[in-house]
Write a protein that binds this ligand. Structure first.
Ligand SMILES: NC(=O)c1ccc[n+]([C@@H]2O[C@H](COP(=O)([O-])OP(=O)(O)OC[C@H]3O[C@@H](n4cnc5c(N)ncnc54)[C@H](OP(=O)(O)O)[C@@H]3O)[C@@H](O)[C@H]2O)c1
Length: 279
């Protein structure tokens, strides 16, 4: 009798030890995929780092600067030895290139569960003097890429949602895309970010019945290269600005929400005053 119990125990232990490494590998490979555009630096890199701490997703990072992407990948791997990160050099303003990459990820590297549209360019200039080509480029990166990526990824995201995965589209808009803070020289920037908010709210209505969350995160000033490169950077107080990690945590919050709710818009404002001249 005792011998039988010992034998059973030994067999169970054997099966467990054999299966454990296999199941760990499978867990890693079967993790859902999250795409983050604009992850060569700034907020996109911060989001990749945040998602590496939780280790729930394989990450697909898109940007033009491959060195920046590789640096982000390295940071993710330092945080988490199990991180699975792929880098794609991509100009999101190039619709064909963006479409091909996203279709490849959706078809071959799924299940695709998270799309984070973060790529963006700032400093759009004044309506009286702005360069129209510059405005077109801004439209392409800040708005058209968001609509293209969403349209291309949605069939894959819907399939994942039908398979009961937790699925989200998260768009990084701006306070400049809301009624509260439209500053001078933000003319086209503001228009593109309003566009992102309007698009997100409408997409949410289109896909909510499938359980797909669509969220817009609207930050005020965040201390990144985008803001440091502004013409008015000298008038700003960087130590009073929102940190990249604050935005990354708000992304995590959306991903962690239960299937019963969707925070469709999150407003994140600097606690102190980031503008020197207003003090
Ligand atoms: N910083 C702020 O105060 C603030 C406030 C509100 C909202 N936001 C928004 O947050 C997002 C991230 O901005 P950030 O502050 O992190 O700025 P950032 O440091 O300048 O980073 C911008 C990212 O967008 C990518 N990008 C720009 N043009 C691209 C293109 N044509 N194709 C692919 N990727 C492109 C850049 O990568 P490559 O150059 O390698 O392509 C970079 O990774 C933007 O949508 C921005 O509008 C920022």
């Amino acid at each position: 009798m005792n011998f039988d119990i010992y034998l059973c125990f030994a067999l169970l232990l054997f099966v467990f030890l054999i299966k454990l490494p296999l199941s760990l590998t499978m867990t890693t490979n079967n993790k859902p995929t999250a795409i983050i555009t604009g992850s060569s630096r700034g907020i996109g890199r911060g989001i990749a780092i945040q998602l590496s701490y939780t280790n729930k997703y394989k990450l697909c990072l898109l940007s033009r600067n491959i060195n920046g992407l590789n640096e982000t990948k390295k940071l993710c791997e330092e945080i988490n030895g199990d991180a699975v990160v792929k880098c794609y050099q991509c100009n999101v303003a190039d619709r064909t290139q963006l479409t091909n990459i996203l279709q490849d990820i959706g078809a071959n590297y799924g299940p695709l569960c998270v799309l984070i549209n973060n790529s963006g360019v700032g400093d759009s200039g004044n309506a009286l003097t702005a360069d129209l080509d510059h405005w077109d480029k801004m439209l392409d990166v800040n708005l058209r890429a968001v609509t293209t990526a969403t349209r291309i990824c949605l069939p894959f995201l819907k399939q994942s949602a039908l398979n009961n995965d937790n699925v989200s589209i998260i768009n990084i808009s701006s306070m400049a895309g809301t009624l509260r803070a439209i500053g001078p020289n933000k003319t086209m920037y503001s228009a593109t970010k309003f566009g992102v908010v309007g698009f997100s709210e409408s997409v949410f209505e289109d896909v909510k019945e499938f359980g797909i969350k669509v969220s817009c995160i609207n930050p005020g000033f965040v201390d990144t290269k985008m803001v440091r490169d502004l013409k008015k950077a000298k008038t700003l107080r960087f130590n009073n600005m929102i940190k990249v990690s604050d935005i990354a945590k708000s992304v995590q919050y959306v991903l962690d929400c239960s299937k019963y709710c969707c925070p469709t818009q999150i407003f994140i404002r600097a606690q102190g005053n980031p503008i020197k001249s207003n003090l």
